[in-house]
Design a protein around this ligand. Structure first.
Ligand code: FAD
Length: 485
């Protein structure tokens, strides 16, 4: 065999990598390739935090490959052109990849496969990144699901996902490696002092993913009780690793089951099922984006196209910077900026504040998250934002408006999360830390806080903002009713 190019994308791992595994089982040389596809996704070019992560993830993957006497070939440009060139450079006749599901990417992959097939190359794609691929799951009528619970029930009726594949024992290196770009030439790391704090919180690459999984498996029994509390170590923090494919969801699934078996349970406890159910939300998100490809930028529920959003730049800026005057919102937005990640409960609270208290379009929020999250993922981000905006599948109804004070009191009762991310409020006790503007003057003085100077006054009054949000919803509904059928 003259050689196989393995085009790696959202599967930056050696273990449970079907394309790499299949390529390595033959005698011919294997060419692991990563392409920086700058123009692959016009609406959503990779954000700053994702690019930073990618840089370190590619470096980690190359190290792993080199341990196996292989290496990662880096190229940039349009995928079709790069792959054709590499086929020419190497004399390889086969291309393997693991499937991806974002609408733009599906189009690129399908077009390329057709082209290469036509020209006599062999192309094969594999299932690697989902437990259940979007086309495998449908309702009785053969339609995609728009509600999570029956989707999950159908997924479960498909039985266990396949077991993960081992790291290939050997990848035949070519006699001569083709030229590769240098990782530094990709200019992925931002030129601002931003990478350091993020890298203090994360270790991009499979090693970091496996470390987070091991640590989480020791805590998984508490997931159900702790997952909603941002000051507890309650969640797995696997989302960026999953997004970049440094670990597979099959691997996580089976490691969880193995841990249950070792604890003497042949079927997972309901607490553990709760975690597997969260993994299925990721599946649901990809299912939705695949079947409703317009939803990356437009609401699934069409009536929300006419929602009377407001465009207050000052409010948007205050939200982005964590200066709204609502501590739980500000703590979340600062956690995001400083660590590239935000706890799910706080994503819901900050998201709700943007679209309901500030009446700012959910896409503005989605775009900010896209740029700042290390786990920015088009399917999950779209699902999350349309959920908070009330305009997506199985979404929280728009009229259910989170109160940022009661959410804060309920999910961070002692204010530990707030103190971590808002050092200026560190000396304020509860109940005032959840609502500093209501604190008596002497309490503020003793805590060393001058409202409006050290920490902002609230930029909107929540009760009034809530009234306005409900009025906006009513006006959208009234406009819809008055339209001819
Ligand atoms: P865990 O609770 O440990 O869950 C394990 C895995 O399950 C996660 O890594 C993730 O892959 C999946 N998962 C969990 N909850 C969800 C969910 N609600 N939707 C989809 N998948 C889920 N997640 C992203 O990965 N990327 C995003 O860009 C993203 N944007 C979001 C935006 C908003 C407004 C909201 C409300 C949620 C968003 N989420 C996103 C979903 C969720 O907040 C994160 O997946 C989760 O916080 C990641 O932390 P974890 O790995 O510790 O999660």
């Amino acid at each position: 065999m003259s050689g196989i190019i393995v085009w790696l994308r959202h599967d930056l791992r050696l273990r449970d990598n079907p394309a790499l595994h299949a390529a390595s089982s033959g005698d011919g040389p294997v060419y692991p390739l990563y392409i920086l596809e700058e123009a692959a996704n016009h609406d959503w070019p990779a954000g700053s935090a994702s690019r930073l992560w990618l840089h370190h993830s590619l470096a980690a993957l190359d190290r792993q490959l080199r341990d196996k006497k292989s290496r990662l070939i880096l190229r940039h440009g349009a995928a079709a052109k790069v792959i054709r060139q590499l086929l020419k450079d190497t004399g390889a006749d086969t291309v393997y990849w693991n499937r991806r599901y974002e609408p733009d990417r599906v189009r690129i992959d399908q077009g390329l496969k057709q082209e290469l097939d036509r020209d006599g190359y062999s192309v094969q794609s594999f299932k690697a990144n989902m437990l259940f691929e979007p086309h495998e799951i449908s309702n009785r009528q053969g339609d995609p699901y728009k509600v999570f619970t029956p989707f999950w029930k159908t997924c479960r009726s498909h039985g266990q996902p396949a077991r993960p594949l081992p790291v290939p024992a050997r990848m035949q290196p070519p006699r001569r490696w083709p030229k590769s770009d240098k990782l530094g030439e990709f200019s992925l790391t931002p030129g601002i002092p931003w990478d350091k704090p993020i890298l203090e919180h994360w270790q991009p690459g499979t090693e970091g993913a496996e470390r987070n999984l091991r640590s989480f498996l020791n805590r998984i029994d508490d997931y159900e009780t702790d997952r909603d509390f941002p000051d507890r170590d309650g969640v797995s923090r696997l989302s960026p690793h999953l997004h970049f494919g440094e670990i597979s969801s099959r691997e996580i699934w089976h490691q969880v089951l193995l841990r249950e078996n070792r604890a003497g349970r042949m079927t997972p406890s309901s607490r553990v099922m709760n975690y597997l159910r969260q993994l299925a939300w990721r599946e649901f998100a990809h299912h939705l984006l695949f079947h409703f490809p317009h939803t990356g930028t437009r609401p699934l529920r069409e009536e929300y196209e006419a929602f009377p959003w407001q465009h207050n730049k000052q409010h948007l800026l205050a939200w982005q910077r964590g200066l709204t005057g609502y501590p739980i919102v500000d703590a979340g937005m600062r956690e995001l900026w400083m660590s590239g990640w935000m706890h799910n409960r706080v994503r819901m609270i900050t998201g709700s504040f943007l679209v309901k208290d500030l009446l700012i379009h959910w896409l503005e929020g989605a775009r900010w998250f896209w740029d700042t999250l290390v786990d920015a993922d088009l399917a999950n981000n779209t699902l999350g934002w349309q959920w908070v905006g009330g305009c997506g599948a199985d979404a929280a109804p728009y009229f259910r408006i989170f109160n940022p004070i009661t959410q804060s009191e309920k999910f961070d009762a002692d204010g530990n999360y707030l103190r971590t991310w808002l050092p200026e409020l560190a000396r304020l006790d509860r109940p005032w830390i959840h609502k500093p503007w209501q604190a008596p003057a002497d309490v503020l003085r003793q805590a060393g806080i001058r409202l409006g100077e050290d920490y902002p006054e609230p930029i909107v009054d929540h009760a009034e903002a809530r009234r306005q949000a409900l009025a906006a919803l009513q006006s959208m509904n009234a406009a819809r009713r008055s339209q001819p059928d």
